[in-house]
Design a protein around this ligand. Sequence first.
Ligand code: NAD
Ligand code: UDX
Length: 477
Amino acid sequence: MKIACIGAGYVGGPTMAMIALKCPEIEVVVVDINEARIAAWNSDKLPIYEPGLLEVVKAARGRNLFFSTDVNKHVGEADIVFVSVNTPTKTRGVGAGKAADLTYWEGAARVIASVSKSSKIIVEKSTVPVKTADAIEKVLRRNCTDPNVQFEILSNPEFLAEGTAIEDLMAPDRVLIGGKDTESGHAAIATLAGVYEHWVPKDRILCTNLWSAELSKLTANAMLAQRISSVNSISALCEATGADVQQVSRSIGTDTRIGPKFLNASVGFGGSCFQKDILNLVYICETVGLQEVANYWHQVILMNDYQKQRFVERVISAMFNTIKKKKIAVYGFAFKKDTGDTRETPAIDICRGLMADGASVCVYDPQVEDEQIYQDLGTEKFEWDHPSPRSRPISKTAIDIASNPMEAARDAHAICVLTEWDEFKTYDYQAIYDTMVKPAFVFDGRNILDHQKLRDIGFIVYALGKPLDPFLQKHYD
Ligand code: NAD
Ligand code: UDX
């Protein structure tokens, strides 16, 4: 059997590497139009940072795992074609700011149709709006000239999270396969399930109809993001009342109906999926006339924006309502730990917010490339429906990036922790404090540091959703 995967990104690369590792008799080729990305997959410096990924790639690469730019050849030869291209939010035209942009998906479908000489199973790996399979099937059928070629479309959304992709792929909570309720649909589902059965227990492979599979992916991300916005909303209430959001999370998380995961209050969720997929869900609801349902999910994003803005305002008001020309060290730019990905990272809005008030921000992140930070802060950000004066692009000369945490904090008035990197917990904060301007502040947007220890050193500490320091209280009352 031959598998081709169109799209060598955060999903296509790791998922195909895992399939190749676990199914040595299957040839797996990951193809992409981006030559630099393919070259990186063929090197020891992979294009994405993901713990454990290099080992998996090295074990299968050259054996039955290949990365290539020859899209036509490998798609043409494959029995199963996974499509794992990007499906970002549309930035122009009808539905701009909400609807999914399916340009890349449609482009991939046209290529499949034009190069196919044999029947194939087409697997939607990308996250797509419900009913996309219908549209793709039309593109495939109308563009394939060979009457003997049949396409069977399956939806097989990916649930891996960045930073834990290999663990998630190795032992997934479930694999979801949606297909048509026809004989050929059932056969295609069985073929794809057979691939996963090499390492995933049968009872974890869930089979549904196409539309349920497509909608389940959007719903899962909306529900996960909703938990974060819910707990973040409570973090604001905790600060106003003296309650402690970590104690509240622990207390409610022990209720087995709620569960302990995804209850960490933060500066806001980021990543390439949550906002995009909720906006997509909102758009679908609006197009089918369910405005109340759309409003309900929209609020999850509004709360996320509020949380980022609230953090910036806390920093400004704590530092005597002026941060002009004050150096602020930002620890962490990635949207979560163990990744170098910065897509939709809350750090973008927070850095811009601080800089809009005149602060001189110095960023340190253990993984994110400097060029990525310049690009993220320096490029016009598409504001989906709320253009903000705080979110203007910053010129490269105004952005300071440090190569280590000491350098970032030297002569700074404050440290803002925006990503929960483990190494941030291990620093010598006394040594850091000694180099800072006094009073020295720590704003812990992830609640990962030992706040009492920091206070004993002399820091004034703001910890998100925790009772406020008396020093800070004075300025808010
Ligand atoms: P990505 O941008 O990292 O990778 C997509 C790749 O597809 C790019 O390298 C691009 O060059 C390539 N591509 C686009 N059009 C192509 C074409 N016609 N032919 C060949 N290559 C083409 O995106 P990603 O993060 O891997 O996400 C892919 C999909 O998976 C999205 O729909 C996303 O919503 C979904 N998803 C992402 C994650 C995640 O954690 N990133 C998790 C689950 C699902
Ligand atoms: C998410 C989904 O978890 C995954 O199933 C889907 O396939 C892709 O989207 P990802 O975005 O990679 O994965 O990371 P995730 O762990 O979900 O974190 C998303 C954001 O939420 C991060 O910014 C993270 O810091 C934040 N988060 C997560 C919180 O603020 N609090 C939490 O309790 C959990």
